[in-house]
Design a protein around this ligand. Structure first.
Ligand code: TXA
Ligand code: MG
Length: 313
């Protein structure tokens, strides 16, 4: 494919997005977290195209987006903890890793043959309209080349994947700007990826503590490789100031080339994180990032920053 169509968020754009998805094509669309690269999860060919477009290793499974808990139950087997979390946070930025239901029509490529499926009901009107119009489960990893920064605008998607996707539907910037929190339930609930919902809110809904996976424990989430979410330029974290030649990404008051939040607000910082990293990345200068407190959404922000700072081998 050589050109990417930009669709508007009106009914015509939604109908066209649904038609393309049902036809096995790729359509990037916004969610409340980041833009996803959508494909019909039931078609092997469509799912294979997602891996190809992102240059993503095919052992890395994909999140499946559905419009409701009832739709999710077709694909995943919900234990009590999963039900409690879905009730508390769906629609919303929570991804549940569940045992695959035997009758689920999703492609084996989606689960990477793991027997586990990642499911999410997004909280974004445009995403919901597309899901309803397509009437299919939609596999959608973040719409960026594998290992790169997640996109929080249609412009980011086109900059990273233009020509590789059939269409992008423009729904403006993503309000949360940080990927979903990923939880695997089972005997011992595991927090596989810190994200837009903080750990203590998950624990409150579960009525128990949630563990971080120990080395090798839990369903493999290859997206959790140490080096991930990386800009092209080197990135240095916990920096109190920039060194020569670096640009400075600040947090809180004080001089900076860009600021995650001048008032040190972590919600605002999360929403700005990928947009500002994309912007600084495009200047070509190495980036130094101010320290971010390891509380609330700061945990997920620091997780992404540490991965972005890990050199790729
Ligand atoms: O907010 C989000 O979650 C966004 C939006 C588009 O929904 N999606 C997203 O997808 O961040 P992605 O593919 O960039 O990250 C999903 C993570 C990956 O680390 C992947 O390895 C893991 O979820 N994952 C997906 N399916 C899995 C499964 N069956 N078992 C274990 N991990 C899984
Ligand atoms: Mg991703």
């Amino acid at each position: 494919m050589d050109s990417t169509e930009l669709l508007s968020s009106d009914d015509r754009g939604v109908a066209e997005a649904a038609r393309l998805i049902r036809g096995g094509r790729l359509v990037a669309f916004p969610t409340e977290t980041v833009y996803g690269l959508g494909a019909d999860a039931t078609q092997d060919g469509a799912v294979a195209r997602v891996f190809q477009a992102k240059n993503r290793p095919s052992f890395n499974p994909l999140i499946v987006h559905v419009a409701s808990i009832d739709d999710a139950k077709v694909h995943g087997s919900f234990d009590q903890a999963a039900l409690a979390l879905a009730d508390a946070f769906w629609p919303g930025p929570l991804t549940l890793i569940l045992d695959l239901e035997r009758g689920s029509p999703v492609s084996n490529l989606v689960t990477a043959g793991t027997g586990k499926i990642a499911l999410r009901v997004p909280d974004q009107a445009l995403a919901e309209r597309i899901l309803l119009a397509a009437n299919r489960p939609i596999a959608a990893p973040s719409a960026n080349p594998s290992g790169r920064l997640s996109p929080t605008s249609a412009v980011h998607v086109i900059a990273g994947l233009g020509g590789q996707v059939d269409a992008v539907i423009d729904g403006g910037p993503c309000p949360l700007g940080l990927e979903s929190t990923i939880v695997a339930t089972g005997d011992r609930p595991l927090l596989l990826r810190p994200g837009a919902i903080e750990r203590d809110r998950i624990e409150e809904a579960l009525g128990q503590e949630i563990s971080l996976p120990e080395r090798g424990e839990g369903p493999a989430a290859p997206g959790q490789l140490a080096a991930h979410y990386a800009p092209r330029v080197p990135l240095r974290i916990d920096a109190d100031e920039a060194s020569d030649g670096e640009s400075y990404l600040g947090f809180g008051p004080g001089a900076a080339d860009a600021n995650l939040s001048k008032t040190a607000d972590l919600v605002e910082a999360a929403a700005n994180l990928f947009r500002l990293l994309h912007a600084l990345d495009s200047t070509g200068k190495p980036i130094a990032v101010a320290p971010i407190p390891e509380v609330g959404l700061g945990v997920a922000i620091n997780d992404r920053l540490r991965r972005a700072a890990t050199p790729k081998s």
